[in-house]
Structure formats: structure tokens, C-alpha cells
Design a binder for this molecule. Structure first.
Ligand code: DDQ
Ligand code: CA
Length: 274
């Protein structure tokens, strides 16, 4: 069987076994298959900015010249306005201390944020970050973004749910697949260029998903960034400190990526691999 050497690191990233505590029944290391049908991209590093190494990044977005971040861990979860150049927190609101903050999206002049297993969804003023309202939410919360007139949420499975942005009613669902195979553990989300871009928990790639049918059309290899951060920390990767966080500025076309507890925010350019 002919195996593309270019596909190998990506396949390895996709199929890397989860840490034992998170391993799902029946999930085993598969043989590397043929190159995936999606287009492979490399992330060319344009700039590096400081990122709060205490921020357990769960949501990241750029709006109108400003970076916003939501963070997780119980007792440390916040909604933040962050200065890109310095990494300084310009403003912050605490998520209730018994809750685990997750992904965040912009809707109108409000930020909407998920919680992991607390079954509550919050809204915050974009301007002041003051809390606006909180509502019950029946799903596990991982990533959140806004596409057209709907919110899109991940829950750690291969399913994306399209939600009414006011009532959070589920309007439709898609299963995310690569070559027909469901791709689970979808985490932080970002809508850009007609696709939904997703981190995959504990992998070193970002995938670009067709919102119409869930097909993965693009795979961005971020393994060099992960390697750089790991090396800077002498390989002492802290618990849960994985690649997470994607922000796109539609005005400039800039992309920002980081990770949970990472000291660096990377600005990258997505370059199709030859
Ligand atoms: N989720 O964000 C992927 C949904 C859950 C992440 C849970 C990670 C727990 C790590 C705990 C580290 C404690 C130091
Ligand atoms: Ca995002």
C-alpha cells in the first residue's frame, strides 16, 4: 500500500491515542491510511505575542480591532478583553466559581459563552463585559461560534449543533467527517471563509469543516507550534495544556492561534502544502 509521507505526521496527529483518562472504549491506534481528501495547510508563523500562561484558553475571537478570550477551570474561569501586543488583560468578568468556562462567540453586541458540564449558557456585554443573562443549556459545552444567523456549538463529539441565537433551540445538526469517518473531540470553533474551523482536543491540527454537510475540507498542521511551546517549557507540559483557540480577523485576514496555558499567541498565515 502506498502511503504518502506528507500525510504521516497528520495521520499520527489525528490518531494519537488520548491520555488514558480520556480514552474511549474501542479507540485504538489505527494503521496510517492513504492521504486524506482534505487539503493540507501549513501555518507560517507571522508573529508571536505574549499570552497569559495561566489562561486555560477555551474561546478566542477577534472583533473590531480587539481580542476576546474565555478561560476555563473551576474557580478560574473568566471572560476577558485582552491586549494582543502585551497579552495584558484589559477587562475581565468572572464566571461563577463553581462553573467551568468553555467556548465563546459574538452575537450582536453580546458575547455568548458555554460551560463544560454545568448546563448553563451565559451572555455578556461586548462593551463592558457585564453579565446580561444566563439560561439553562442541555448539552456539554466545548466550542462556540456564529455562522450566518445561528450559533454553532461543539460538545466533544463529532456533532456540531446549529442553535437559535436567542432561544438556543437546536435548528439542525451535522456530523463532522473525514473520508466518511466521524472525527470527534471537536473543541474551540471559529467561522471564517465559509468554513467552520475547529481545534480537535489533544491533536496538533485544526480542521476546516463545510457547514453544509460536515465534511472536513482543510487540515492545518500546527505541530511545529506545539513543538516550539513544548521545547520552551522543557517538555514539562502541564496538565491539559493543549492547542486550543482560533481567532480570525475578517477585516485583515489575520489568524491567531494559541493553547491552554500557552505562553505564546501565534499569528499565522495558512499556506497550502505543495
Ligand atoms: N474541555 O475543555 C476539553 C471540554 C475539558 C477540558 C478538561 C481538562 C481538565 C484538565 C484539568 C487540569 C487540572 C490541572
Ligand atoms: Ca474562536
Amino acid at each position: 500500500k502506498r502511503i504518502s509521507t506528507l500525510a504521516l505526521p497528520l495521520a499520527a496527529a489525528f490518531l494519537a491515542p488520548l491520555p488514558v483518562h480520556a480514552q474511549q472504549a474501542g479507540e485504538t491506534q489505527a494503521e496510517p491510511g492513504p492521504a486524506p481528501s482534505a487539503t493540507i495547510y501549513d501555518a507560517e508563523i507571522v508573529a508571536r505575542y505574549p499570552h497569559d500562561p495561566a489562561a486555560f484558553t477555551q474561546g478566542l475571537l477577534w472583533h473590531d480591532g480587539q481580542l476576546y478570550e474565555s478561560t476555563g477551570l473551576e474557580g478560574q474561569s473568566q471572560i476577558r478583553k485582552v491586549d494582543l501586543a502585551t497579552g495584558d488583560v484589559l477587562a475581565a468578568q468572572a464566571i461563577p466559581a463553581d462553573q467551568f468556562g468553555e467556548g465563546m462567540a459574538l452575537w450582536g453586541d453580546e458575547l455568548v459563552s458555554l460551560t463544560w458540564m454545568d448546563r448553563v449558557i451565559h451572555r455578556w456585554s461586548l462593551d463592558t463585559l457585564e453579565p446580561v443573562r444566563s439560561d439553562p443549556f442541555p448539552f456539554e459545552g466545548w466550542g462556540l461560534t456564529a455562522v450566518d444567523s445561528m450559533l454553532v456549538a461543539s460538545d466533544g463529539s463529532a456533532t456540531l449543533r446549529f442553535l437559535d441565537p436567542e432561544t438556543y433551540a437546536v435548528e439542525r445538526e451535522v456530523e463532522v467527517t473525514l473520508d466518511g469517518r466521524p472525527i470527534a473531540r471537536l473543541n474551540e470553533l471559529e467561522a471564517a471563509d465559509g468554513l467552520i474551523w475547529a481545534n480537535q482536543w489533544y491533536s496538533q491540527v485544526i480542521v476546516g469543516i463545510d457547514p453544509a454537510d460536515g465534511t472536513i475540507r482543510r487540515i492545518v498542521d500546527l505541530s511545529p507550534l506545539v513543538a516550539e511551546v513544548d521545547a520552551a517549557q522543557n517538555g514539562a507540559v502541564r496538565n491539559g495544556a493543549v492547542l486550543n483557540g482560533i481567532a480570525h480577523d475578517p477585516a485583515s485576514g489575520r489568524w491567531f492561534v494559541t493553547g491552554k496555558l500557552w505562553p505564546t499567541m501565534f499569528e499565522v498565515r495558512l499556506v497550502p502544502r505543495e
